[in-house]
Every structure is written in structure tokens, then in C-alpha cells.
Ligand binder design. Structure first.
Ligand code: GLN
Length: 534
């Protein structure tokens, strides 16, 4: 659980604890609990909540699930994600089915019991030796009290098998220049009042936790000093497991759980981090999107998996990458602004919904196409590349997606029929084309060259698709349908053959890139950007 405030890197810490335990030869899985009423993250605004991460089995989850997948290099499934909405939904359903045998169904104990049974189910489904459960939100919020109660009960029942970690933040106020532990002490007191005593306290901070600070936390929070772990800011999140291991954290956890120590193997990970530190040559990537700003703050979290995929690919290509956030609104206000793209070695238009910023993105895509700038379009980015091609190469003036202009004369992107039906019934939650689908690649394509196989599987999240009525018109002018669904009915990848790298995917490749296993298309894109930078 987390103390003090959100956004301090609890998800990365959880993933890193998982990584170090996995490196000791244990099978590890991770569960995320989100305390809101939404049944899943699919209906939430990414500017507020960050990215919606899609699992193989079509769940729309929190971005932390993405962190778990990337660090642990495993697929995480629907059972590993729960929200307050989901928990209540199943308790209420069970009550309606008379499964409580006429009992009065109450918030306590029935809600925590449901939480516990979900945790156990996820653990057993993934056959994990160790299951890490991240309770979202911050200790002291009303919202997560029932989850803390579930945690307390689990410890009460299985004291040898359950341990608690608090990820807290230790501020170093500029005016003082000293690290303050008091907020952490309050957080632990708050946790104590829920009947929970942390076994480990992981201190996130701009600085290393020193001896005196550790001593203070240890004394006032009732935690052995050696179990107060320092987790300062580092250059790359992939360093965090190494930071934790510097404090021999896996040994300490294994000891506390009464497990047998096994051999360590974190070598590949260490090499990856070392390689990251050696990178010098810089490749500049522009991300043209809209979910960036809240007030005066930039929040690139909405595209977390895209950013990570770019980083994985950069490491694989031996280059350092700089990503700039380019707001497409700006190109709409002043078309000349699009020339700023000249600075970049490649641009990405990531996924998105709705009308805002669309024309600006199309201008950026046109620039990339005409100036042979590597372009990678993800989902919406593929749809807009299709529109740009239809308008400016094929000459279909006003071509559009019916999501943006329902009355367009040339609906080159249109809604999938089953999706239209769902929308007409206001069925928004978990109804898109979601999760893993197979795709067959054209042997002439760049995609085939990148994947080096012709049948792939990728994750989707969309309602609109390439309109097959325009296949002939567009391909005649040079658009390559590089990937199709096995029944050939859905266009999954488009490419431009006479361009160094112009690829649009209807799926989201970013959900499958892993640091030790970078995504082939991102790798090819960054390779093209590297070439461009020369
Ligand atoms: N809005 C588009 C659709 O629904 C694209 C979705 C996306 O980019 N994930 O098809």
C-alpha cells in the first residue's frame, strides 16, 4: 500500500519487488486493486487517470498492470485486476442469485471476503508462489478501507504467509534541505488503526534515505531498521530492482516469508540497465497527441506504454531517445507550426478518441509522408494516416472517419457494425473490439521484415475500422494493406512502400513490448529514426 500521496511510483516499486523475487527462482504474479467504483479503467479519462492498459483477455485496466507485465515479462489477466465496482457487482449478483442462503449481506464481512477470494483465485490461476497485491490510493482514504480490512484478515488467517509493505514518500522541502519523516509516521499510524503493521517501509524520495532517517522511521514506525528500504529517484525505472537488491531486499522478504533461499539471477536485467547507461547518440521522437496537459502540468502518463516501448526499442538500437510532447491543437491554430517537425527523426501519433486535435494530427502525418520522416501510427494514428492518404494522395476531398464527421462523403474509416449497435444502446463499458486478435502479414511488407513471421497476435481497443469499400481506390494509389485479419475482412496494418518507415497499426503494439523483449515494430521504427538522424 501507499502512504502520503499518489504518484510516487508504487506500481513500479511493486513490479520491482516482483522482479527481484522472480530472480530468486520464484513464480511471481501481481494484482492491482483500484478503489474507484468504475468497473474498469476503460471509461475513465486518460488525462486524469493515465493510460488504459489492455490485457490479452480484453480487460481494460490500470497502467500498473502494464508495469507488472514489463518487469515480470509475463501476461497478466483479468483476474488480477479488481475495482470497488467489480467487487460490489459480484457480491450484489450473488445476493440476487440467493447464494448467501438468506443471510443479511453486509459490507463487512462480505466485501472483504469477496476481495480475499479474488486474490486467492488470481494467485492460484497463475500458479504463483508469491503474489503481490497493490492496493491503489493512499492509506487514510475512505476509499480503500475495505481493501485494508481484507489485507488485515488475510494476515490474521495466514500470519506466516502474508506480509505488508508501505511505499511512502519522504519529502525534502527546498526551504529546509532536510528529509522529513513525519508524514510517513502519520501514514503508519493510520495503517495501524486499520489493524495493519507494515513489515517493510520503502521510502521513495529525491534522495537516498540515510542512517539517521532510517533509524527514525524504524523507531517510530515499529519496523526493523534493516527493513526500511531506500528507493530514491533514478534515471530509469528499470534500475529500481537493482536499487532494492542493493539493500538485499529479496533476501529479507524470503526470510520473513520463511521460504528457502534460491540462487539469484538478475544478470540479464543488470546488463540491460548497464546498456541503458552507456547510450550516447540521441534520436529525437515527436509524439503528437492531446492527452498531455492538466492546467499547467504535463502528464505523459496517458501514453505510458508507448513511451516505454520507444525506450525498449532505443536500447535495442543502441541509441538514447528524447521524446517531445507535441500538442496537435497548435498545428490547427497555425499550419506553419507543423514545420517544427523538421527537428525530429520520427513521429508517432498514438491512440485517441473524439474530435479534438484531429486536423492537427493529420497535418503532422502529411508532413511525415511528404518529407520521408519515419512515421508510426497507433490505432487512431493508423486511421488518420488512412484519411490523410485518401485526401491528399487519392484526392478524396473531405475524407474522414465517421467518428469525427458522420456525414463525410468519403468515410474511409467507419464504425464496425456490432459497435454501432452497442453505441445505440449506450453500452460503453468494455464493449470495444478489445484484447488479442491474430493478424496475417503480407510478405512484401516492412512489418513482415520486422516480425520475421507472417502470423502475429496483437491487442486491440477501438470501435472504428478501415472501410473496405475504399480498399481498391487506396491500394491503387500505393497504399499497402500490410496486415489483415485471417479471414481478410479487417485491415490491421497499412504501410507506404516508397517511404523509409510509414506504418500504421489498427492494434496497439505498445502493450506487448517488454524491456528484455522489445517490440519488433518499435524496433524497426527506431532503427529508421536512427538512420534518419544521420
Ligand atoms: N477512436 C478510434 C476508434 O475507436 C481509435 C481508438 C484508439 O486509438 N484506441 O476506433
Amino acid at each position: 500500500m501507499g502512504g502520503i500521496m499518489s504518484g510516487v511510483g508504487k506500481g513500479v516499486t511493486v513490479a520491482s519487488v516482483g522482479k527481484i523475487l522472480q530472480s530468486r527462482g520464484y513464480k511471481v504474479t501481481a494484482i492491482k486493486i483500484d478503489p474507484y467504483i468504475n468497473v474498469d479503467a476503460g471509461t475513465m479519462n486518460p488525462t486524469e487517470h493515465g493510460e488504459v492498459f489492455v490485457t490479452e483477455d480484453a480487460d481494460e485496466t490500470d497502467q500498473d498492470i502494464g508495469n507488472y507485465e514489463r518487469f515480470l515479462d509475463i501476461n497478466i489477466y483479468r483476474v488480477n485486476y479488481m475495482t470497488t465496482g467489480r467487487v460490489y457487482q459480484s457480491v450484489i449478483q450473488r445476493e440476487r442469485n440467493l447464494e448467501y442462503g438468506g443471510k443479511c449481506v453486509e459490507v463487512v464481512p462480505h466485501i472483504p471476503e469477496e476481495v480475499i477470494s479474488r486474490i486467492r483465485k488470481a494467485a492460484s490461476k497463475s500458479k504463483a508462489d508469491i503474489t503481490i497485491v497493490e492496493i491503489g490510493g493512499t492509506v487514510g482514504e475512505y476509499q480503500n478501507i475495505l481493501f485494508l480490512e481484507a489485507a488485515r484478515l488475510m494476515h490474521y488467517r495466514w500470519p506466516q504467509d502474508v506480509l505488508f509493505m508501505l511505499v511512502t514518500y519522504l519529502p525534502v522541502p527546498g526551504t529546509l534541505g532536510e528529509m522529513k519523516t513525519k508524514p510517513t509516521q502519520y501514514a503508519v499510524r493510520e495503517l495501524n488503526s486499520a489493524g495493519i503493521q507494515p513489515d517493510f517501509i520503502i521510502g521513495r524520495s529525491t534522495h537516498e534515505l540515510d542512517g539517521p532517517r532510517k533509524k527514525k522511521i524504524s523507531t517510530f514506525c515499529n519496523v526493523e531498521k534493516e527493513n526500511v528500504i531506500s528507493n530514491p529517484d533514478v534515471g530509469s525505472i528499470y534500475e529500481v530492482p537493482l536499487i532494492l537488491e542493493k539493500e538485499r531486499m529479496s533476501d529479507k522478504i524470503i526470510k520473513k516469508l520463511g521460504l528457502r533461499p534460491r540462487k539469484k539471477d538478475l544478470d540479464a536485467w543488470r546488463q540491460l540497465v548497464a546498456k541503458t547507461k552507456r547510450l550516447k547518440k540521441v534520436v529525437k521522437i515527436g509524439m503528437v497527441g492531446k492527452y498531455f496537459a492538466t492546467g499547467d502540468f504535463i502528464l505523459p502518463d496517458a501514453y505510458l506504454s508507448v513511451i516505454e516501448s520507444v525506450r525498449h526499442a532505443a536500447i535495442a538500437n543502441g541509441v538514447k531517445v528524447e521524446i517531445d510532447w507535441l500538442n496537435s491543437d497548435a498545428y490547427e491554430k497555425d499550419k506553419r507550426m507543423v514545420k517544427e517537425l523538421k527537428k525530429y527523426d520520427g513521429i508517432i501519433v498514438p491512440g485517441g478518441f473524439g474530435k479534438r486535435g484531429i486536423e492537427g494530427k493529420i497535418l503532422a502525418i502529411q508532413y511525415a509522408r511528404e518529407n520521408k520522416l519515419p512515421y508510426f501510427g497507433l490505432c487512431l494514428g493508423m486511421q488518420l494516416a488512412t484519411i490523410e492518404f485518401a485526401r491528399n494522395v487519392v484526392g478524396l476531398k473531405g475524407a474522414n472517419s465517421t467518428e469525427i464527421n458522420p456525414d463525410t462523403k468519403y468515410p474511409v474509416i467507419h464504425i464496425m457494425p456490432d459497435q454501432a449497435e452497442k453505441l445505440s444502446k449506450n453500452q460503453y463499458g468494455n464493449t470495444m473490439r478489445l484484447g488479442a486478435y491474430p493478424c496475417v502479414l503480407d510478405k512484401k511488407s516492412l512489418a513482415f521484415k520486422a516480425y520475421q513471421k507472417n502470423r502475429i497476435s496483437e491487442r486491440h481497443r477501438h470501435r472504428y475500422e478501415f472501410n473496405n469499400d475504399f480498399r481498391v481506390k487506396l491500394t491503387k494509389k500505393g497504399l499497402l494493406l500490410a496486415g489483415l485479419s485471417p479471414d481478410k475482412k479487417l485491415v490491421e496494418i497499412i504501410e507506404l512502400p516508397n517511404h523509409p518507415f510509414f506504418v500504421g497499426t489498427q492494434f496497439h503494439p505498445e502493450f506487448k513490448s517488454r524491456p528484455l523483449n522489445p517490440h519488433p515494430l518499435f524496433k524497426a521504427f527506431i532503427a529508421a529514426a536512427k538512420k534518419h538522424s544521420k
